[in-house]
Design a protein around this ligand. Structure first.
Ligand code: SF4
Length: 68
């Protein structure tokens, strides 16, 4: 993987923006494997896993804060 491609594959959280607190169970914590995606993974199972993650995020109570 080239240096540029590797840099694009990793996005670090901005530590100046705290992660919002919630007592609700978060899919990204209860099912972290849904959110672990490597570039080039596009099998039927990979795409189904990504869709589960997208669906979980769309219903997440702290999505707006998370996206910051
Ligand atoms: S929106 Fe953020 S906090 Fe919510 S499930 Fe998705 S990754 Fe987790």
């Amino acid at each position: 993987m080239s240096r540029t491609a590797k840099a694009l594959a990793t996005i670090e959280a901005d530590l100046r923006i705290p992660f919002p607190h919630t007592d609700a169970p978060l899919a990204c914590r209860t099912n972290p494997d849904w959110f672990a995606h490597e570039h080039g993974q596009n099998s039927k199972d990979d795409l189904a896993r990504i869709e589960r993650a997208k669906t979980a995020c769309s219903g997440c109570p702290i999505a707006a804060g998370c996206l910051k």
